[in-house]
Design a protein around this ligand. Structure first.
Ligand code: M3P
Ligand code: FE
Length: 314
């Protein structure tokens, strides 16, 4: 149980000013740091560590890396050994390479994604502090997202050619990082192929998810909101700011989450996600969505999946 939660995600954006405006004014984050290379670091009001999103100026959109926070510095050594034993190379990145962040271990997932683990990041406190806190801060803005909740990474999936990086990542997360699987979508004869996988390291229905596609990439980063009403209000904020909405407010069958999918100005997909759905326990049976009901697993009300949902990603 060494890995606690998603710590931050680093993504590429094309117009840094437009991106900062989106993640502050629409999502409701605050800028906490800007470095000499022009990277911008942001946090949500209900997070206590200094940043959870890093925006890096680039000529395209997309994923740089995702970092999860572990319980202690010594856990990094234990995990580095387990990752090496799995046959994956591990690089040690010294403290301070990312601002106000302790040393990180870096490795590639079976899907190729750059993942990091770290134990320390400057604690700057939440927007309401830790002493007799109010339930929410006065300067809440935009959708007022509480925290970066999870990310969903697209993984190469070509079972005809014997390639399923969703299944390989799932094994890695269970066997090496000690996550447990909550839900899956299976396809093919007798559901032989895992097309999607939802994994937890906490009591949330998922802390990371993988879906199969043509190539590796990032499907979305997701921000937590309290309730269905907050999702509706987030939709209002998006409309006010002319945000491109991908999927209007609805419910997932998978995780029971309430959701909106939309794009940042560079085309990175975001999600606002509410409802903890259920408490995830390590001894739960894995929920399986079959090929016939997969679309209902993703969008429970309509049971209809726009093709662009699984083909458009950064
Ligand atoms: C979620 C979630 C897909 C399923 C997505 C589910 C892309 O994003 O937060 O539960 O198949
Ligand atoms: Fe999601």
């Amino acid at each position: 149980m060494d890995v606690m939660r998603i710590g931050h995600i680093s993504i590429k954006v094309m117009d840094i000013d437009a991106a900062v405006k989106h993640y502050t004014k629409v999502i409701g984050m605050d800028v906490t740091h800007t470095d000499a290379s022009g990277n911008v670091y942001l946090k949500c009001w209900d997070e206590w560590d200094k940043y959870s999103v890093i925006l890096t100026p680039s000529d395209r959109a997309g994923f740089n890396h995702v970092a999860y926070k572990v319980v202690s510095d010594s856990a990094l050594d234990t995990l580095a050994q387990k990752i090496r034993d799995f046959g994956t190379a591990v690089e040690i990145i010294p403290a301070g390479t990312l601002p106000d962040c302790g040393r990180m271990i870096r490795f590639n997932l079976p899907s190729g994604h750059d993942m990091r683990l770290y134990a320390e990041k400057e604690c700057v406190g939440t927007g309401v502090g830790s002493i007799n806190p109010d339930p929410w801060p006065d300067d809440i803005h935009g959708a007022g997202a509480h925290w970066l909740d999870h990310c969903l990474l697209m993984c190469e999936f070509n079972p005809g050619a014997g390639i399923n990086k969703v299944a390989e990542n799932t094994r890695f997360f269970i066997d090496v990082l000690n996550f447990f699987q909550t839900e899956q979508i299976t396809v093919g004869p007798d559901g032989a192929f895992q097309l999607a996988s939802f994994l937890s390291c906490s009591s949330k229905p998922h802390d990371i998810a993988f879906v199969g596609g043509e190539r590796a990439g990032m499907h979305h980063l997701s921000f937590f909101l309290d309730s269905w009403h907050c999702i509706l209000k987030a939709g209002d904020v998006m409309a006010k700011n002319k945000v491109r909405i991908d999927v209007a407010p609805t419910r997932h069958g998978v995780t029971r989450g309430e959701t909106i999918y939309f794009f940042d100005p560079s085309g990175n997909r975001n999600e606002t996600f509410a409802g903890l759905g259920y408490q995830a326990h390590r001894d739960r049976p894995i929920t399986t969505w079959t090929e016939e009901e997969a679309a209902r697993g993703i969008f429970y009300h309509t049971g209809v999946l726009a093709e662009s949902f699984t083909t458009v990603y950064t």
